[in-house]
Design a protein around this ligand. Structure first.
Ligand code: NAP
Length: 312
């Protein structure tokens, strides 16, 4: 008999196919009456499969008294109430490492695009402006500039490696100093002051909410760039919009926003913002690897073995 899993939202199609081949998958996102759906399946369901922003709160955990495992698709698990999971002795897994390279590539493209203004220069060409003006205005080089990484973890380290190949110097701030050759700054304001580009790669959630605020952007200054590939919640978004509008910082490259997909329309009009629809890990290869890891954790748990990538 197949084990039963509740899936909170649609996942990457090939992952979902494999999940449905191995398990009986109950689709919470198709339930007309969520409470009735949970009541119906609760007596048999021991695992939840979650995805990105579609995590699990205490209420959902309480509706599933036999819950043992939340297998999350994504490395960031700020959409899961970790305290509630711990209290209920529910294991939580995520999908780390397999996405480091893709997310770091995305970060690098944001750094390049916001500093060198490639998207803006293409728009300028497409608008026919090259015929009327001698050339696109000069931009800023990466080489010799300092990239300050807030959150030098798995993804932060992959970004540092790439940025060094572009001739950038690396500085960072974590809560704990690491054994790395990069300059360590004791707080975010000092890091911003020290950096030409401040790159945000720390986890989301309550402890980091608005960690990049007006004081940090003041320290970054009018020549400084901000890049965020972490979570929108780390940045005070209305303040960022104001600072971009008033050119109190030079530009921002953003893959993530506070309320996705409802990106504040103010960003659309800002020439000094390069914005992506949360595509950091969005390649076929990486999403396949993330899905495989999510499935492996489910299979291991149901086989009575330790899961592979446990958070708590
Ligand atoms: P990780 O290996 O856990 O690295 C996170 C780093 O942040 C650690 O070095 C940690 O060091 C630091 N940190 C944590 N809390 C901090 C705080 N309050 N202040 C300063 N530094 C702090 O995580 P990862 O795998 O690199 O992933 C990082 C984040 O990227 C994820 O949580 C996720 O939200 C985001 N992400 C985004 C995408 C995308 O598509 N855009 C894709 C994947 C991941 P200390 O513990 O020493 O502070």
């Amino acid at each position: 008999m197949k084990h039963e899993v509740i899936l909170v939202t649609k996942v990457f199609p090939s992952t979902q196919e494999k999940m449905e081949a191995d398990f009986t998958v109950h689709k919470l996102y198709e339930a007309a009456d969520r409470e009735a759906f949970l009541k119906l399946h609760a007596p048999r369901v021991r695992a939840l499969a979650t995805f990105g922003p579609f995590g699990a709160d205490a209420k959902l955990m309480d509706a599933l008294p036999r819950l043992e495992l939340i297998s999350h698709f994504g490395v960031g698990y700020d959409s899961i109430d970790i305290g509630a999971a711990k209290q209920r002795k529910v294991i939580v897994t995520n999908t780390p490492d397999v996405l480091n390279d893709c997310v770091a590539d995305t970060a690098m493209s944001l750094i390049l695009n916001v500093m060198r203004q490639y998207p803006q220069s293409e728009n300028w060409l497409r608008a026919g402006k090259w015929l009327a003006e001698p050339g696109y205005p000069l931009t800023v080089s990466l080489g010799g500039k300092t990239l300050g990484i807030l959150g030098l973890g798995r993804i932060g380290e992959a970004i540092a490696k790439r940025a060094q190949a572009f001739g950038m110097k690396i500085a960072y701030h974590n809560r704990n100093k690491k054994d790395v050759p990069h300059a360590y700054l004791p707080d975010v304001v000092s890091l911003a002051k020290h950096s030409d580009v401040l790159l945000v790669a720390a986890p989301g959630g309550a402890p980091t909410r608005n960690i990049v605020n007006a004081a940090v952007l003041d320290a970054l200054g009018p020549q400084g760039f901000l890049v965020n590939i972490a979570r929108g919640t780390l940045i005070d978004e209305p303040v960022l919009i104001q600072y971009l509008r008033e050119k109190k910082i030079a530009g921002a490259g953003l893959d993530v926003f506070v309320k996705e997909p409802a990106v504040p329309p103010e960003f659309f009009a800002l020439e000094n913002a390069v914005i992506y629809p949360h595509v950091g890990s969005a390649t076929v290869e990486t999403r396949t690897a993330m899905g495989n890891l999510q499935l492996e954790n489910l299979r291991l748990h149901f086989a009575g073995k330790p899961v592979k990538t446990r958070v708590v």
